[in-house]
Structures are given as structure tokens and as C-alpha cells.
Design a binder for this molecule. Sequence first.
Ligand code: ZN
Ligand code: ZN
Length: 444
Amino acid sequence: MVGHVREPDACEEPTLPPCVALDCVTAGILTRAHERWHHGRLREAIALAEQAVEADCGRCGRPCSVYAGLLLTLFLVGIRHVDEAADLQRRLHASPEVQDDLQLVASTTLVGAKVALAAGDYADAAALAEQGLRLAAETGQTAWTPVGNLVLATTTLRRGDLCAALHYSAKLEEDAVFAREMFPVGQSAWAIVQLSEAGKGRDKAVALARELLGSQTFTRRLLVAEPAAVPWLVRLLLRVGERGPAGAGVRFAERLAAENPDVDSIGAAVLHAAALLEDDLDKLRRAAESHTDPWARASVLEDIGVRLSAGQDESPEAAGYFERAMRAYTHMGSLRDASRVMSRLRGINASPRSRGRCRPRSGIQGLTDTEYAVAKLVSQGLTNSETAEQMFLSRHTVAFHLRRVFQKVGVKSRLELAVMWNELDTGSVGPAADAAPVLSGSRT
Ligand SMILES: [Zn+2]
Ligand SMILES: [Zn+2]
């Protein structure tokens, strides 16, 4: 099952905190915590990390309990106990020990970005990552930069800004080459596969996906970090008829889930992946109920819509699932995914009620030149102030034009506007009867 792929030695989470002095009590416990995590014994790993936080070493003279706290936060994010993770990150960040040390402020900020990403707050995640990376650069702390680069590679890709996503994936490659401490091996690999797929490098993406699911180490790392990853890889492989590698990945994932029956995020990921493999609608519905990760949940709603609409000219039920998926993606700031789902919605002859909600594009033609320019910049993610600066207008004038744009185009928020605009921009508004989504990187 492992095939010819060499299992990487590097670790998803840090092996040792920088306070690996021989006399550090905390580092000793953390080493054991990491070793458990590494072998897929997640609850034991978390219990040990909690012990490490409380160990109160006081011998090594370094902030070892902060490192233990950051590691515990990442473990909790990994199994999507996001509220707990957010609590812990906030407490660490506010502690005097951290506030007195700018390098630690940088590290806790970057971990905060990771928490926000898992919570589906992409705007927050990106802002924290940028802030953390700036501080890290100023203080010469490179150990945690991979966390920030991973967050930004993900948020830019999901927003549909492939150019920025390429920039951050190049940064991640640099982090890997320089073997920076906190490099998340599995998650970075998945980010790069997603980016290849988005950039129309599907053959390359398929080859990499086969490699990831063919490696038990990678599969395990993805399951303990990203509930959406294994289903995503399985979906990609099935789409090109690679049932063998997809099935092998699912079988190994099922074993890991059985060893961790109380870890819900893994259970949901495995159920979702198996449902895709077996084309099992009932399992997909159960996966939709069990996923707590917002992006993973949106993706299974989309899968249900695809399954329900297959071979149908009309499916109000599928349209309902697509609408829920689109709302969820839009809410997160995952505009690229939202616009793909919008294409799917247009592609099925849904009920008149939901068809009415697919906005006509005629509103765009009614925009004045200024309104058009404002709409375009705002859709690229610029704030009103940034738009104002670019157009040599006041912020209030921009806000005024934007309100007119919303009215004319029939949208309620800048996110909705951006979804619609990006779709027009990429020419993805297909004929209503064309069930195939037209956006790049769409699924079938
Ligand atoms: Zn390890
Ligand atoms: Zn210590």
C-alpha cells in the first residue's frame, strides 16, 4: 500500500520546542506528546501536551510553557476543537511572558491565524498571518513563518487570487528548503496540489494526489490536520477514474479513524471520503451532519448537490444544497468555490423560486463608468478606503457609488458582488442548460 513513495521523516508538528535544554521538564513531556501524535494516538498526545503546559519547568530559563501551549493549540486545531484552541491562543497571547517578547508575539499571532482559518474566518486569518509574518521578519524569528505562509496560500487560493496564492506557495517551498521548524508537511503538500489543480495543471495535481494518498504518513498527517483534505483528494482521483489509489487511501483512513473513535473530525473526513468512493448518498448526508469544519461541510453539501443533480434536468433538492454550499463558501470568503457552485446552480433547471434567486447579469450593463470601476476594485477585495485612494475619490463617494451598484446589480454585500463579478470576469457564465461548471478547477 505504501508503494514506492519514501515516507518522509519530517514531522507535521514540531519535534521539540526551542527550549530543548536537557534539563527542561516541559520539553521532555512534549517529546512524548509529539511521538504519540505522530503515531496517530491523538488523545494521549493532547493529554501529554496539557501536562507539559502545566509542568512549570522553571529550570531551563526559556519560555517552554508558552511553546507547550502553542503546540497544544495546534493539536486542538488539528482535531477541530476550535473554540478551545481559540481560548488557549488568546490566553497565551495576552500573557505577560508573551507580551514582553516580540518573537513570541509573532509566533502566537501566526498560531492565531491558523485558528481563524480553521474557524472559517478567512479575512481574520489573512490579516493575522500578514501581521505575524511582518513581526516575525522584524524580529528575525523564522521558525513559525510556514504557518503564516500556509494560511495565506490557502486564503488567497480560496478567494480566487491565484497570483497571490502562487507567491505564498513559493514562500512555502522556501520554508521547506530551509527546513524551518514549524513546517506543516502534509498541509503544505495539499495546498500545492490544490493550487496545481486550480491552475489547470490537472495531470500534475492527479499525480501528486496519488502520491499523497499512497503514503500512509501523508494520509495520517492530513487526517489529523485538515478534515477536508482526504475527501478532496479522493474526489480528484475518482474524477479521472483512479479508483485504485482512491480506495487504498480510504481504507487506510478508515483504519486510523477506528483507532481514534472519539475524534469526530477524523470520523467525518473518513465518512465523507468513503461516501464519495462508494457513491453513497446516505453517507454523504451523514458526513454533512458530522463535519464541523466549515469548508469541509460546504464541500460535502456541494457533493450532495452534484449527486442529486446528476443526469437530472431539474432538481429543486439539489438546488437547495447548492444554495446552502454557496452561502457557506461566501460567508467564509471562499469566493472561488462560491462562484463554482453558482455555475452549478445555473446549470440545473431549478425550481422557479430558486431560479429567481440567480441574479440576471443585466444589472451590470446599467452601471455608469464610475460605478463599474468601483465595483471592479471592490470585487478584487479592496476596502472602500483603498478603492477611494486608487480612484482619487473620497471614501464617502465610494460608499455612495457602491450602494448604487448593490441596488442596480441586486446584491446585498461586497462578497456577493465579488462572487458575481469574478464569475463574469472569468467568463464562466455558461448557458443555463449546461450542467458542466465552467470555472477553472471545478469538480464534475
Ligand atoms: Zn515525528
Ligand atoms: Zn523548560
